[in-house]
Design a binder for this molecule. Structure first.
Ligand SMILES: [Fe+2]
Ligand SMILES: [Fe+2]
Length: 171
C-alpha cells in the first residue's frame, strides 16, 4: 500500500503543476509496490521516479527564473538537495547492492512532498497566477515588480524540510 495517494487537498489549482504532481505520487507509489516484488523491480521503478523528478523540478525551476526569481532561490535549492539525495540512494543500490536507503527514502519522500507541495509549490502556483504566466507560451501578462527574488514567492519563506540525509545511512 503506497504511503501517499493523490487526494484533492494536494491540488494547487495549477493544471500543469497538478498533473506533474499526480504523476510523481503515482510513480512514488509504484516504487513502493515494486519493492515488495524484487529489488530489480524497485530499481527500475525508482529510475522512472528519478527521471520524472528531474523534469518536475526542472520545470518549476524554469518557471521561477522566467518570472523573476533569482537562480539561487530557496525553492530551487531544496529541489537540488532532494535530487542529490535521490541520486545517492540510486548509486548505493546500484553500486553497493544496498537497498536499505531506497526503502527508507520512499516514505521520507512522501512526507516531504506533501509539505513541499503545500508550502513552496503552493506559493509558486499563486505567484504564477498573480503574474499571469502562460506555461505554454512563456508569456507574462503582469510582469513582477521585483526581480531576483530569493524567497519562495509567498509572503514569507517557510520551506518544508528536505528528507533527512539519514535516509541514506543505516537506521
Ligand atoms: Fe512540485
Ligand atoms: Fe517544488
Amino acid at each position: 500500500m503506497p504511503t501517499l495517494t493523490w487526494t484533492a487537498d494536494l491540488a494547487l489549482s495549477h493544471q500543469q503543476m497538478d498533473t506533474t504532481h499526480e504523476e510523481f505520487v503515482e510513480l512514488l507509489g509504484a516504487t513502493e509496490v515494486a519493492l515488495v516484488d524484487s529489488n530489480d523491480a524497485a530499481l527500475t521503478a525508482y529510475d522512472a521516479l528519478l527521471a520524472h523528478t528531474i523534469d518536475h523540478f526542472g520545470q518549476e525551476d524554469r518557471w521561477m527564473t522566467a518570472t523573476g526569481f533569482s537562480p539561487e532561490n530557496c525553492h530551487s535549492f531544496q529541489h537540488a538537495q532532494v535530487l542529490g539525495l535521490m541520486h545517492e540512494v540510486s548509486r548505493m543500490a546500484r553500486e553497493q547492492g544496498d537497498f536499505g536507503p531506497l526503502e527508507r527514502v520512499l516514505p521520507e519522500l512522501a512526507g516531504w512532498f506533501r509539505a513541499h507541495a503545500q508550502t513552496m509549490d503552493a506559493a509558486l502556483a499563486a505567484h504564477l497566477d498573480q503574474v499571469g504566466y502562460d506555461v505554454t507560451t512563456g508569456a507574462i501578462a503582469r510582469p513582477p515588480a521585483a526581480a531576483g527574488m530569493t524567497g519562495c514567492g509567498g509572503a514569507s519563506c517557510s520551506p518544508a524540510p528536505a528528507p533527512a540525509p539519514g535516509a541514506t545511512t543505516a537506521a
